[in-house]
Design a protein around this ligand. Structure first.
Ligand SMILES: Nc1ncnc2c1ncn2[C@@H]1O[C@H](COP(=O)(O)OP(=O)(O)OP(=O)(O)O)[C@@H](O)[C@H]1O
Length: 356
């Protein structure tokens, strides 16, 4: 038997050079030649600051927004001429907009009624979905009697009921308190895995995106700044923008030569194989190691913040800008203490010098 070449994973969704402009020509586009692939069964979370184009991206895929340039393909088919209700995508928005006059079952069955599914099939699907989202037997409850988290689950069951080939979520857990969000995100991931749902979600909340996604996409000014697994993006932010967006502030100009880089903090080790030349460096807080005051770069502890698993220290080195260090709980010095620091090469990330 001859070996077969592996076939590429089928793409559920492909955006090819999608551009959306609002208002007068000359203003920056809301989406600027965006290319994005989402594989079948993949969970992709789009992250980015306010105004970076996240909602516009979802709207263009849903057919709620016209693309000025480029194509949106679902399972290989150009969607340009296909209206929203024929695209086979499910949408769940932040303000989950349940119908207050209908009970839970009436809400969940909405998409099925639109498709003229038989009452028996509607009833069976509603029962299955309410079990899945953890609200068994809630069919006859009034929407107003549900908590925020329960309403969110009903909205999710409603979006899932017509078995959309792609489910799109816009800030799905936006209005819930943190504890509930953290629990629901775990449940959502399990549920999507179980159903094999392909998901494109948009969120402000990094924690939510990193917990939910197989892949995160970070947007900036209508473009994709980085795309990768949560671990890749977290460990290796590609640019200073992504690093800062993720909350890493230890970013400095540097010049690499061999296995060290010259920085305003002095020599910082870099991994072998790093190309020589000017760049920006991120030193992850975990890579700032405390030594005795006599060794390493002398610093004063300006502030310390308890973070549960560690203490975040704000350090003022004798030269160069302030930096953050993550310190084990029992080893954290006091504000005003003098310490020395060294750097761990595995937590030093060389950023793309061309992008800011
Ligand atoms: N209908 C519209 N008319 C004009 N400009 C718009 C319209 N919708 C969005 N924009 C602009 O397009 C850009 C991207 O907006 P979008 O809502 O996609 O960003 P976002 O990343 O989802 O932001 P947020 O996180 O605040 O929801 C912004 O500059 C916004 O002001």
């Amino acid at each position: 038997m001859t070996a077969q070449a592996p076939t590429a994973a089928p793409h559920m969704l492909r955006l090819d050079g999608v551009t959306v402009r609002f208002g007068t020509p000359g203003t920056a586009p809301a989406l600027d030649a965006v290319d994005l692939d989402v594989a079948a069964h993949e969970i992709v979370c789009v992250l980015g600051p306010s105004g970076s184009g996240k909602s516009t991206l979802l709207r263009v895929v849903a057919g709620l927004q016209h693309a000025d340039e480029g194509t949106v393909l679902l399972e290989g088919r150009d969607q340009a001429a296909i209206p929203t209700h024929r695209r086979g995508v499910g949408l769940m928005f932040q303000d989950h907009q349940l119908f207050p006059q209908r009970d839970v079952a009436g809400n969940v069955a909405f998409g099925l009624r639109m498709r003229r599914t038989s009452s028996a099939d509607q009833e069976r699907t509603v029962t299955e979905l309410l079990d899945l989202v953890g609200l068994p037997g809630a069919q006859r409850r009034a929407v107003a009697s549900l908590s925020g988290g329960e309403q969110q689950r009903v909205a999710l069951a409603r979006a899932l009921a017509p078995s959309p080939r792609l489910l799109m979520l816009d800030e799905p857990l936006g209005q819930l308190d943190r504890g509930l969000r953290e629990r629901l995100v775990v449940e959502l991931r399990r549920l999507f895995r179980e159903l094999g749902t392909t998901v494109l979600a948009v969120t402000h909340d990094q924690g939510e995106a990193f917990a939910l996604a197989d892949r995160v996409v970070v947007m900036r000014d209508g473009r994709i700044a980085q795309s990768g697994t949560p671990l890749e993006v977290w460990q290796r932010p590609a640019t200073a923008f992504v690093a800062r967006f993720l909350g890493f502030d230890n970013v400095v100009e540097a010049t690499v030569q061999g296995e060290a880089a010259a920085t305003p903090w002095g020599k910082v080790p870099v991994l072998a194989g790093t190309p020589d030349g000017p760049c920006r460096l991120l030193v992850r807080p975990a890579g700032v190691r405390l030594t005795s005051a006599a060794d390493g770069l002398p610093c004063t502890v300006e502030a310390r913040t308890f973070r549960g698993t560690h203490v975040a220290l704000l350090l003022q080195p004798s030269g160069g800008p302030q930096m953050e260090a993550a310190c084990p709980l029992h080893e954290a010095p006091e504000t005003g203490d003098r310490v020395g620091i060294s750097f761990a090469a595995e937590d030093v990330v060389v950023l793309d010098a061309a992008a800011d």
